[in-house]
Design a protein around this ligand. Structure first.
Ligand code: GTP
Ligand code: MG
Length: 307
């Protein structure tokens, strides 16, 4: 017996793209009402593609969080950009996120140019952080950003305020095709818990360390064991790019590493709902951001074909 639906079911992929730090991961977490992606006040927090499966009564929107598109300084940056560009090409709809509290930057223009190269791209320009400016300033900025990609629908949101999400959801729903769901209702993301934990440890580095140092850190999970229904043990290594970073990351009498560990543990406990025992080690792997093999081992890769 087939079930009759008044509204046809819709399902599709929405690539969430934009320059770094505009709020892509914040928005994905907020739409899912669950923190699955690292977020920080610093650019280049996200390093890989991550799906967020949003199930609505008559639709499944598969959000694709991506690294911020930027001018790369190393192999890691190149891989991050390739990842974002591959997501652009594969999507049913592109949600181009910008920070409307700031004037368009060269990186925003770079993103617009990339989107223009996607044949038949369906784009919603999402002006995020509208909480930071007046309605009048918003209108001026909206016109400035819209001029970078003529023809795209644009709307304002604040990823910190779910009350602003309805017009965005309606715009996305109208732009994804009719079809069956791609994922089970209970699958929120495609990353394993251990991969999200690695990102949350990196998030803790970004929140506690200054300058360039956290950008030169990678996290490798060495062990991830459930000790019981309610407890897990995680051992992870922070890979640093230089010997001189070691002292800073460890800190006087190990204080900094302890602080990073505490921040990360809390975030992982919230994500898993379990008590976490976290052990962090530090190791130098010179120039790892240009080591293609290590980047692949760490899960930073541009396309599925690298698997
Ligand atoms: N005021 C305000 N801040 C926001 C909003 N959305 C995100 N933020 C903040 O912006 C910063 C960057 O957010 P992320 O979600 O990490 O940005 P991203 O675009 O994923 O950044 P990358 O992963 O580096 O590309 C964080 O400090 C967020 O709290 C918003 O709507 N309003
Ligand atoms: Mg991000």
């Amino acid at each position: 017996m087939t079930e009759e639906r008044a509204v046809p079911y819709r399902a599709g992929f929405v690539a969430v793209v934009g320059r770094p730090n505009v709020g892509k991961s914040t928005l994905m977490n907020a739409l899912l009402k669950q923190k699955i992606a690292a977020v920080s006040p610093r650019p280049q927090t996200t390093r890989r593609r991550q799906l967020g499966v949003l199930c609505l009564p008559d639709a499944q929107i598969v959000l694709v969080d991506t690294p911020g598109i930027h001018v790369p300084q190393n192999q890691l940056g190149k891989v991050m950009n390739e990842t974002a560009l591959a997501a652009l090409a594969d999507a049913d709809c592109i949600a181009w996120l910008v920070d409307v509290s700031q004037a368009p930057t060269d990186e925003d223009r770079l993103v617009a140019e990339r989107i223009k190269t996607v044949p038949g791209a369906v784009v919603v320009l999402v002006l995020n952080k509208m909480d930071l400016l007046s309605a009048q300033q918003f209108a001026i900025r909206q016109a400035e950003f819209a001029a970078l990609l003529p023809g795209a629908t644009s709307l304002g949101i604040s990823a910190l305020n779910p009350k602003t999400f309805e017009p965005l959801l309606q715009a996305l729903l109208a732009r994804i095709p009719e079809g069956m769901p791609f994922y089970d209702e209970d699958q929120i993301t495609d990353l394993y818990e251990r991969e999200i934990a690695a990102d949350l440890i990196r998030e803790a580095c970004l929140l506690n360390l200054d300058d360039e140092i956290p950008h030169a850190i990678a996290v490798r999970i060495d062990e991830y064991k459930d000790r019981s229904e309610t407890q897990s043990y995680i051992a992870a290594t922070l890979l640093l790019e230089r010997e001189s970073h070691k002292g800073i990351v460890i800190g006087r009498a190990g204080e900094m590493l302890k602080k990073i560990g505490m921040t990360a543990r809390k975030a992982i406990e919230e994500m898993t709902g379990r008590k976490i025992f976290l052990e962090l080690r530090v190791k130098v792997h010179k120039n790892w951001r240009n080591d293609a093999n290590l980047l692949r081992q760490l899960g930073y890769k541009s396309t599925e074909k690298d698997d």
